[in-house]
Design a protein around this ligand. Structure first.
Ligand code: P1T
Length: 462
C-alpha cells in the first residue's frame, strides 16, 4: 500500500507535465494553425511545490517514534561506538552535541545564552544526509520497490549522494549520481571511491531544464525498470530520518531543554523533520531556517529579492524551487546569509572550537548569530541549538584554501590580524636576535672579518 502511495504520488505529479506535452504534440500535427515550434519530447520532472497532503499521507504512517510528550525516562539508546558494529551503516546517527563556549566568547554572545552544536559531520559518510540516503533505501526496501543489484539514481549536491553511495556499497546497489558542476571534487571523488558513477550537470541549469541534475536523473530512470530515483526532494524518508533520528537524539541529549533550533535549508528535510518533532514535544521551540542569498526558499518572499537567483558558492543549501519535503509552515524565522559571512563563520568555528565543519555550518551559525543579536535580551537563560551539516573534508581545495578564497573575492582571515606578530614569527625573531648577537661576539673576538660578518647577517635576514 505504501508503495502504491509513493508511486501514485510521483505519477500524479507527472500528469500535469505530461498533459502539457500532449498539447504540444497535437498542435504540431495541425499545419495551418499557429503553434509552438516542435521541441524534442522531454522527460517530465515532479512539480515540487512545498509540503502537500500527499506527502503528509506518506509521512504519518511511516513515523517510528511519534509520542507527543517528552519523558526523561525514554529508554536510553545504546552507543554503537562503545562496541563492535556489523557495518559502517550502524554509525549513521548518534552524533554528538558540543557546547560552543569559545566561539560565543569570540563573537561577544552573552554567556547566559547556551549555544550548542549538533555535529552531523561525525556521521559515517561525513554529513547529515547519510541519514537520508540510508532511510530512503530502507523505506524502499520495506516497500519492495528496490532490491540489491538495482541501480539507484539520485540528483544531489553531493552529500545525499555520499549517503546513498555508502548504503549502496554496503548493501549491494549500483549508484548513479547527477550533480551540478559547482559541487566539490572532494565529494565527487568520495562517491567514486564508494563505487558510484557521477554525471555532472551545468550549475546554471534551472531545476526543471532539460539538462538539470533533476531532469537527467529522471531521464536515466526511465531507461530501465530496475533503475530508481528515490528523490530526496519528495521522499517522506528524508524528513522522517530527522523526525525519528536527528530530533529524537537532540531531545535525549538535552533532556528536552531546547528553546531555539537553527538549521540551513536545502531540500528542507532537516528543518522540516527536526522542527516538526521538536514542536510536537516542546511547543515553545522556535525554528529558525537559514537560506543563502541567491536562493528563493525564505518567507516572506521579499527576503529573497537581494541578488535573487544569482549564483553563490556555499554548497548543499538553497534552491530555485520549493522542494516538496520543505514545510515552510514549521519555520518561525528565516535568515538570509551570503558567502562572505558563511565562510568567515565556518573558518571561525574551525579556528576557535576545532569543529571541522563545512560551509553550510558557517551559514547556519552566521544565521544563528544574526538571530541571537536581534533577540539577545529574551534569549538569556535559554538554549540555542545549531546543526552542523557536513565536514571540511568536502571542501579541502575550496574555502579552506586562502588561494580559493582570494580567487572568489572572499576575504581570507586565517592567521594573525594585520600588523600583529604571530607566535611563530615572534619565536623566529627571538632566534634571529640570538644568532645576531653570536655573530657580533665572533666579530668582536676577531673570529670573523667585517665582510664575513655582514654576509652572515644578510643570510640570517633572509
Ligand atoms: O536538504 P536539507 O535537509 O535541507 O539539508 C541541507 C544541507 C545543509 N548542508 C549541507 C552541506 C548539505 O549538503 C545539505 C543538503 N544536501 C543535499 C540536498 C544533497 O543532495 O546533498
Amino acid at each position: 500500500m505504501a508503495l502504491l502511495c509513493t508511486r501514485a504520488h510521483v505519477t500524479n505529479r507527472l500528469v500535469a507535465l505530461g498533459k502539457r506535452q500532449t498539447w504540444a504534440r497535437a498542435a504540431s500535427a495541425m499545419p495551418d494553425v499557429e503553434h509552438e515550434p516542435w521541441s524534442p519530447p522531454r522527460t517530465p520532472v515532479p512539480d515540487y511545490d512545498g509540503w502537500d497532503a500527499q506527502l503528509e499521507a506518506d509521512f504519518l504512517p511511516r513515523r517510528s517514534t511519534h509520542s507527543k510528550s517528552y519523558h526523561q525516562s525514554r529508554p536510553p539508546v545504546s552507543n554503537p561506538r562503545a562496541g563492535i558494529v556489523d557495518s559502517v551503516l550502524d554509525l549513521v546517527g548518534q552524533t554528538p552535541m558540543i557546547r560552543l563556549t569559545r566561539l560565543s566568547k569570540e563573537l561577544g554572545i552573552s554567556d547566559e545564552i547556551d549555544l550548542i552544536a549538533k555535529c552531523e559531520f561525525f556521521n559515517a559518510g561525513g554529513s547529515v544526509k547519510d541519514r537520508v540516503g540510508l532511510r530512503m533505501v530502507e523505506e524502499a526496501e520495506k516497500d519492495k520497490r528496490i532490491k540489491p543489484g538495482d541501480t539507484l539514481i539520485e540528483p544531489t549536491s553531493g552529500n545525499t549522494g555520499i549517503g546513498l553511495s555508502l548504503a549502496g556499497a554496503v548493501k549491494g546497489y549500483n549508484v548513479v549520481i547527477t550533480m551540478p558542476m559547482k559541487m566539490s571534487e572532494e565529494k565527487m571523488n568520495t562517491m567514486k571511491a564508494l563505487g558510484a558513477e557521477i554525471i555532472r550537470t551545468p550549475t546554471e541549469a534551472a531545476w526543471d531544464a532539460p539538462d538539470s541534475h533533476i531532469t537527467v536523473a529522471a531521464e536515466l530512470a526511465e531507461a530501465s525498470p530496475n533503475a530508481h530515483v528515490l528523490d530526496q526532494y519528495l521522499n517522506a524518508g528524508n524528513p522522517l530520518a530527522h523526525y525519528d533520528g536527528t530530533a529524537e537524539e537532540m531531545l535525549r541529549q538535552t533532556g528536552g531543554e531546547i528553546d531555539v533550533v537553527v538549521m540551513a535549508a536545502g531540500t528542507g528535510g532537516t528543518v522540516t523533520g527536526v522542527g516538526r518533532k521538536l514542536k510536537e514535544v516542546l511547543p515553545h521551540v522556535k525554528v529558525v531556517a537559514v537560506d543563502p542569498v541567491g536562493s528563493i526558499l525564505a518567507v516572506p518572499d521579499n527576503l529573497n529579492d537581494y541578488k535573487r537567483l544569482e549564483g553563490y558558492q556555499v554548497e548543499g543549501i538553497g534552491y530555485d524551487f520549493i522542494p516538496t519535503v520543505l514545510d515552510r509552515n514549521i519555520i518561525d524565522s528565516w535568515v538570509k546569509i551570503d558567502d562572505d559571512k558563511a565562510f568567515d563563520m565556518a573558518r571561525k568555528m574551525i579556528r576557535h572550537e576545532g569543529l571541522m565543519v563545512g560551509g553550510s555550518s558557517g551559514s547556519c551559525m552566521a544565521g544563528a548569530y544574526e538571530y541571537i543579536k536581534e533577540h539577545e535580551a529574551e534569549l538569556k537563560g535559554k538554549r540555542v541549538v545549531i546543526l552542523c551539516a557536513d565536514s571540511i573534508r568536502n571542501y579541502m581545495s575550496k574555502f579552506l584554501a586562502d588561494e580559493w578564497m582570494e580567487e572568489h573575492d572572499l576575504p581570507s582571515r586565517f592567521g594573525p590580524a594585520d600588523g600583529e606578530e604571530s607566535p611563530a614569527e615572534s619565536l623566529m625573531s627571538k632566534v634571529r636576535e640570538k644568532k645576531m648577537s653570536g655573530l657580533k661576539g665572533a666579530l668582536d673576538m676577531g673570529w670573523l672579518s667585517q665582510s664575513e660578518y655582514e654576509a652572515a647577517c644578510a643570510a640570517l635576514e633572509k
